[in-house]
Design a binder for this molecule. Structure first.
Ligand SMILES: [Ca+2]
Ligand SMILES: [Ca+2]
Length: 110
């Protein structure tokens, strides 16, 4: 399996593994358990403040229904990837200092 396929598999499987059989969602408890098991590094602080799982849950639960569905989970993974990338200061060199386009330094919103 290629690296990308493997990464996708890990992310999807992690959702399946933690969402349980009650519903195709992560409830608050399931979400918190997953985060504390899977994110041991404390430096993912770009978008999600993982030191405060209550806050993280509220942030990820976009429609405020008390559960994380797959779409919200995927968003969460995107936020973590952005945070990881920011942490490692990776990015297009050409992009640095660019002002036009309205995305300069703030890709937090979507
Ligand atoms: Ca569940
Ligand atoms: Ca939700």
């Amino acid at each position: 399996m290629g690296d990308l396929e493997n990464a996708i598999k890990v992310i999807v499987d992690m959702f399946e593994e933690h969402s349980g059989e009650d519903s195709d969602c992560l409830n608050e408890e399931e979400f918190k358990r997953m985060m504390s098991e899977k994110f041991t590094a404390s430096d993912y602080k770009g978008k999600l403040n993982l030191s405060d799982l209550d806050e993280a849950f509220d942030k990820v639960d976009k429609n405020d229904n008390g559960e994380i569905n797959f779409a919200e989970y995927v968003r969460c993974m995107c936020m973590l990837m952005k945070g990881y990338r920011r942490k490692n200061k990776r990015g297009c060199k050409e992009g640095r200092g660019r002002k036009k386009g309205g995305r300069g330094g703030n890709d937090d919103e979507d």
